[in-house]
Design a protein around this ligand. Structure first.
Ligand code: ADP
Ligand code: MG
Length: 243
């Protein structure tokens, strides 16, 4: 599904990503872990076209997408969320997700024509799958942080992605919200057969849903594999788990 080949990203003289390579098979849930500043968000931005690599390639289903524009990569089936919540605070929850559905289908201008009936059933179905149906008419910006993250997930799912990249989907959530959100993401990934790449700080969460884990440290992927192998890796234990 996704191949990252010897990816590099420099910001001036600083190497944020250095020679990262990995393959992600269809339907697999993979976590990228690593301390703050390790390069996780940069790696996601390189994959989704929000940053251009200094060197290396990104392939999607065997097709080279290196340097393609974010909207083009989205159209090829790559959905994402951002570390900082990215919703439309002045729209209702319904309108946020409806706008994303319309935009994905090239009908963005219909949104501004107040075509409230367009994709109503589909929007409500998506909201129901996120547990947001009762909040459809609420203003997105007035909901809890956890609900706003769920709206963001709905916006990402509106593009009907094959692969979803979630950058710290539980950032700033309470333990209860984190647990609920991860269960929700795992269920949606399973139901849709999604390939999922996510970053997360909470190791209990990572080990509860990831089938593969990549460990980034100072821009390098120091370990990659199934959770048991990564947990047992001596370098991971030393630099990341602090042992
Ligand atoms: P993480 O998501 O793992 O916390 P980031 O990918 O956000 O890490 O950042 C990795 C490193 O790259 C950090 O040292 C950060 O300061 C630096 N960095 C990220 N984006 C930029 C940028 N646009 N310009 C300069 N440095 C950046
Ligand atoms: Mg980050």
């Amino acid at each position: 599904m996704l191949q990252v080949q010897d990816l590099h990203k420099r910001f001036g003289g600083f190497a944020a990503i250095s020679g990262v390579s990995f393959d992600l098979e269809k339907g697999v849930v993979m976590a990228i872990i690593g301390p703050n500043g390790a390069g996780k968000s940069t790696l996601f931005n390189l994959i989704t076209g929000h940053l251009e690599p200094s060197a290396g390639r990104v392939l999607l289903g065997g097709r080279d997408i290196t340097g393609a524009a974010p909207h083009a990569i989205c159209r090829l089936g790559v959905g994402r969320s951002f570390q900082r919540t990215n919703i439309f605070p002045h729209l209702s929850v319904f309108e946020c997700v409806q706008a994303a559905l319309l935009a994905h289908r090239g009908q963005g201008r219909n949104f501004w024509l107040r075509s409230e009936g367009l994709y109503r059933a589909e929007t409500m179905a998506l909201l129901a799958s996120l547990g947001l149906q009762d909040k459809a008419e609420s203003l997105a910006g007035e909901l809890s942080h956890g609900n706003q993250k769920q709206i963001e997930l709905g916006i990402a799912l509106a593009s009907d992605p094959d692969i979803l990249l979630l950058d710290e989907p539980t950032a700033g959530m309470s333990a209860v919200e984190t647990h609920e959100t991860i269960a929700l993401i795992a269920r949606i990934a399973r139901e849709r057969g999604l390939t999922l790449l996510f970053t997360e700080h909470d190791m209990a969460v990572v080990f509860s849903i990831a089938q593969r884990i990549g460990v980034l440290h100072q821009g390098r992927l120091i370990a990659e594999g199934d959770p048991q192998a990564v947990r047992a890796d001596p370098e991971v234990r030393r630099v990341y788990l602090g042992e």
